[in-house]
Write a protein that binds this ligand. Sequence first.
Ligand code: SF4
Length: 226
Amino acid sequence: MRPDIKGIGGYIPSSFIDWEGHVSAVLFFRGCNFRCPFCHNGPMVMGQLPDLNEELIVEHIRSRKDFLDGVVISGGEPTLDPNRLKVLLSRFKDIGLPIKLDTNGSNPMVIEELLSRRLVDAIAMDVKAPWGKYDLLCGCTVDTNLLQRSLSLLLHLDLEVEIRTAFVPALMNYDDLSIIQSYLVENVRWVIQCFRPGNAMDETLKRTKEPEREVLREKFPSAIIR
Ligand code: SF4
């Protein structure tokens, strides 16, 4: 990640899809420490979107708090700027809104601190691949020990947790999904997100095929196919 890529690069005032059962405001942090070739948020990851005015966004959310069920903090990877993140989450807590964090799981120390300070009410973490294939799916060298620490922490939490896997047929197969499933505990909410080639950060992936949803439903009946 380039250290100068920080700040908020996107804001959705009302979303019905980023936190199940919630009408949420969504903030997207710029920058990411991964370079997943299938990422559909390239401009956010690469810092190609301007840094939005945080004060205006917080005040806009404050003015609409009675119409919102919560705030989703997404990215990019929000935990790369932990001090800014903690201040922002504290402000939303002061407003009285629950918070969901989307993370790639690479900063377990930050996640632990946010949990211990009760700054998040729900977490969605990506498990993108079997640990041995992570570098391929993330486009960089990944310390999977950190991811495993985050996952272990989340799987034993009394909190709303969602584990997400983007299924990219050109880079992984159904056996890979089975391995990922073996990392999880029973009853955890596992979402398999169907890769959409047209939005991929990597040009070559744009010409590859989409997942077959029906096959995924058959093979992984306990997963949510999105
Ligand atoms: S998919 Fe997520 S972790 Fe991967 S590059 Fe995009 S924002 Fe970062």
